[in-house]
Design a protein around this ligand. Structure first.
Ligand code: GSH
Length: 218
């Protein structure tokens, strides 16, 4: 038997620390919904906080974090893996390490990088970075480049995923990225036809409906 905290403490509901407006948080909530894992939700009230205690002890001052008893899991991929270990029924999940073709592996890399780039742009907005800042300009250009690449390649990348999957980290991240760009009014996404078509399809899932973005009450 695998000796983990899950095995020691199967009855405890984990606590997800995050924000309902955060795309990395939504990835984990979507996984929890798909995998049938119950959790409590704790909101990080202010992303400008410099206190690790506000981020469940995450030294990176980032969210999401999953607390499982005395253990904390940092970052969305670690959290999704722990949720999968806790799932009452095993689902067929395609993880990043299963993507052994350049197309699918690069799509995964670019989706997660685009999510991170969007975070930096939002934090720049919050900090009042001037609009003509050279680094900001490069990040905006990089984001547009990545979205164009993803729009050109998402169909083929999805075709390269195992047909019998229930869920893939790539598709969940792609859905959370594109819908978040609209939610935060970062840029209009309707011109990205393939990405929009994918999101419209993925949005039919009850897990997507149950995790719609919203701003938590202050
Ligand atoms: N690698 C982390 C990235 C998490 C991340 O960047 N989260 C954003 C919110 S969506 C954040 O904490 N931003 C705060 C900041 O950038 O200071 C993950 O996969 O969860």
């Amino acid at each position: 038997m695998r000796v983990t905290e899950t095995a020691h403490d199967p009855g405890r509901i984990p606590t997800l620390v995050g924000r309902s407006s955060s795309h990395f948080t939504r990835v984990t909530r979507l996984f929890a919904a798909e995998l049938g894992v119950a959790y409590a939700f704790e909101v990080v009230p202010d992303l400008r906080s410099l206190d690790t205690a506000d981020y469940a002890g995450n030294p990176a001052l980032r969210l999401p974090i999953l607390r499982t008893g005395a253990t904390t899991w940092l970052g969305s991929l670690n959290i999704c893996r722990e949720l999968a270990r806790r799932a009452p029924v095993q689902r067929r999940v395609v993880w990043p390490e299963h993507l052994t073709e350049a197309l699918t592996a690069n799509a995964q890399e670019l989706v997660v990088q685009a999510m991170a780039t969007e975070v930096t742009l939002i934090m720049g907005q919050i900090a009042g970075t001037p609009k003509d800042d050279a680094q900001l300009t490069k990040l905006q250009k990089s984001l547009l480049n990545m979205l164009a690449w993803l729009d050109d390649n998402i169909q083929a990348a999805r075709a390269g995923l195992p047909q019998d999957r229930d869920l893939s980290y790539l598709e969940v991240c792609t859905f959370c990225l594109v819908t978040h760009l609209e939610f935060r009014k970062m840029l209009p996404t309707s011109g990205y036809r393939a990405l929009t078509a994918f999101c419209d399809e993925f949005d039919q899932r009850p897990s997507a409906q149950a995790t719609a973005y919203r701003f938590d009450a202050p």
